[in-house]
Design a protein around this ligand. Structure first.
Ligand SMILES: Cc1cc2nc3c(=O)[nH]c(=O)nc-3n(C[C@H](O)[C@H](O)[C@H](O)COP(=O)(O)O)c2cc1C
Length: 254
């Protein structure tokens, strides 16, 4: 059985999950969606997607990516959506995109990890992070068994209208991003923010980051900054930062 896992991860949760699943599934390639060059996936028996939920949805850039891929009609396709709490209609959205291509999302699961959306809420303490991740890690073996046995788990349509509305608000919010990012004097111009941005939305000008207007709010630049020098408005200033303890910053570099 040849396996492929395609992941997207800004702060490392989804990458931790992708790697754990790959350890459990023999003969499994793990690839970052944004650096993987192939769009023809027909040689794989199983294809999995591991990514974070954004605003009760599967991020639009992931749905757009999946639309372009080539699959086999008899492949086992699954997805694990990492969340802070609720995934809303995320699974059903991905299932619909696949269904439009004549394919089935055989297995979908939401996995509660640690919330990273620092623009909206405080980050947990190290102790709390460990507790949350311990709970998530207990689920890995079960998920691996499900996938190994090609089990099915339906992605139900849930909160369809609310999820769409909520995501539309998010799209509006993203338009204001450029002016809200700031960098303070502790910045050493290391350029890590540039390297972790999956959307190539940050330039280093005179050794300081400058944001363009393609931000997806993934929060990688804020959380991975080694000096805690990056903020979004003033709410993030006093908040702790979060990066998945099993993930290194170099794992996130595009
Ligand atoms: C823009 C944005 C929106 C988010 N929206 C949700 C959400 O609607 N529901 C939820 O439970 N978590 C939400 N989260 C939290 C992430 O889904 C969660 O922290 C995820 O595990 C991060 O994965 P990563 O570390 O692989 O990037 C959001 C995070 C971001 C950055």
């Amino acid at each position: 059985m040849k396996n492929l896992i395609l992941y997207f991860s800004a702060t490392g949760n989804s990458l931790e999950v992708a790697r754990k699943l790959s350890d459990g599934l023999v003969d499994c390639d793990v690839e970052n969606m944004f650096t993987f060059k192939e769009d023809d996936l027909r040689k794989y028996d199983r294809v999995g997607f591991v990514y974070p939920c954004y605003f009760l949805s599967t991020p639009k850039f992931i749905l757009d990516y999946v639309k372009e891929l080539k699959f086999n009609s008899d492949q086992y396709i699954y997805a694990i959506c990492t969340v802070n709490m609720y995934d809303g209609n995320a699974g059903h959205q991905l299932a619909s995109v696949l269904s439009d291509k004549g394919l089935k999302l055989s297995y979908y699961k939401r996995l509660k990890m640690v919330g990273n959306y620092i623009m909206d809420y405080k980050m947990p303490t190290e102790h709390h992070v460990e507790r949350l991740l311990k709970k998530a890690r207990k689920k890995y073996d079960g998920i691996i068994e499900d996938i190994k046995n090609n089990r099915t788990k339906k992605a139900y349509k849930r909160l369809g209208y609310v999820s769409n509305k909520y995501y539309a608000l998010f799209e509006e919010r993203k338009l204001k991003s450029q002016i809200l990012f700031t960098v303070n004097d502790t910045c050493i111009g290391c350029g890590i923010c540039v390297k972790v941005c999956p959307f190539e939305n940050i330039d280093l000008i005179d050794k300081k980051p400058v944001w363009k207007n393609e931000c997806e709010h993934c929060t990688a630049c804020i959380h991975w900054c080694p000096r805690t020098a990056i903020n979004y408005g003033d709410k993030t200033i006093k908040r702790l930062r979060y990066t998945n303890p099993k993930t290194l910053v170099s794992d996130i570099f595009k």
